[in-house]
Design a protein around this ligand. Structure first.
Ligand SMILES: C[S@@+](CC[C@H](N)C(=O)[O-])C[C@H]1O[C@@H](n2cnc3c(N)ncnc32)[C@H](O)[C@@H]1O
Length: 326
């Protein structure tokens, strides 16, 4: 059975937000469809950020927060830092990545969220109140444009989750530069796991290495990405769908898979994977096949049951995990 990912108290806060939003399920579904349509257009046309109405913002929370939260939750274990005590969440939306960070690093005391949509920024403050798992942590909320917001403070980590893809290439570079300047230990970027998200991420990777960043994950090297044209590096996480999530999407399946791409860029080099599993491992009777990205480039390893130690490890390894048994 799928485990619920979101704290239950947050799920009930989202449910009451939906109940009091003054919108019928039908109009929220319409708002969600419009939003989805715009996200699809982002792939092809001019980037466009934000929400066109409070209903769209509420629809985003119900339809997308569980999935982007699951993606952030899947990415944070790839941050090889012993402790993270402060986080800046840029383009925070309802505070999805900040929430994942607060839960992942209970020692993180200070989390600051910057969000460009006034309604969304206000709603996130309301959502976070009274969630017991994060009650010991201090969240501050700023309604501002990432391009112009003055920022004096620095933070251990700056997270950009599903936001850079809403900006033009020029603005992505500006926001990433600011993020890098404000991250004392580094920056984490999460993007939709689409060809466009990946292509944009590769440009951002170049910018980060140009600024002296150490790419800790997912890449096991700093060389050019070895994937062939038409392929894209992405990962997948399965999440259980809360009832409000199923309701707004008009679906009955209790889970979905969220595809994402990501980068963890640090100021100080850390040990990193010798290889990364870049596709779902193929488990067959008697062997497991792993597609790997390694320092030497792309490799495919077939590990036979006869190779006991490595086979046992291979049956446990998942898409996105590191692989040391090369
Ligand atoms: C797709 S949502 C992602 C929200 C959240 N980070 C998540 O992972 O669920 C993108 C968010 O970035 C915000 N945003 C986009 N451009 C922005 C800008 N220039 N300044 C501030 N916020 C921005 C939008 O308002 C929206 O809430």
């Amino acid at each position: 059975m799928e485990k619920p990912l979101l704290p239950f108290s947050l799920q009930s806060r989202i449910q009451s937000l939906l109940d009091t939003a003054g919108a019928s399920t039908v109009s929220l579904r319409t708002a969600r469809e419009q939003l989805t349509q715009r996200y699809r257009m982002l792939q092809e046309k001019e980037p466009q950020s934000g929400f066109f109405s409070p209903h769209e913002a509420v629809a985003y929370i119900a339809a997308r927060l569980p999935a982007t939260f699951a993606a952030a939750k899947a990415v944070l274990p790839h941050v090889p830092l012993e402790s993270v005590t402060s986080v800046l969440d840029l383009g925070a939306g309802p505070g999805t990545a900040a929430l994942a960070a607060a839960l992942h690093w209970p020692e993180c005391k200070r989390l600051h969220l910057i969000e460009g949509d006034a309604f969304m920024s206000e709603v996130s403050q309301h959502l976070f109140k009274g969630v017991p798992e994060i009650a010991h942590q201090t969240f501050s909320f700023q309604h501002a444009n990432l391009l112009t917001a003055p920022r004096d403070m620095t933070y251990d980590l700056v997270i950009l989750s599903y936001v850079l893809n809403e900006l033009s290439a020029e603005d992505q570079a500006k926001v990433l530069k600011k993020a890098w300047d404000h991250g004392e230990k580094g920056v984490v970027i999460v993007m939709p796991g689409t060809p466009t998200g990946y292509r944009q991420l590769m440009g951002l990777r170049d910018q980060l290495t140009g600024m002296g960043a150490f790419i800790a994950a997912p890449c096991p090297h700093h060389d050019a990405c070895p994937l062939k044209a038409g392929d894209w590096c992405h990962f997948s996480t399965r999440l259980s769908r809360p009832s409000f999530h199923r309701e707004i999407k008009g679906v009955s399946l209790p889970y979905e898979d969220e595809k994402f791409s990501f980068l963890v860029a640090l100021r100080t080099p850390t040990p990193r994977a010798s290889a990364r599993v870049i596709r779902k491992p193929l488990q067959r009777s008697g062997h497991v096949t792993l597609d790997l990205c390694a320092k030497a480039g792309l490799t495919r390893q077939t590990i036979s049951k006869r190779d006991k130690g490595r086979y046992k490890a291979a049956t446990k390894v998942g898409w996105g995990d590191s692989w040391e048994n090369t």
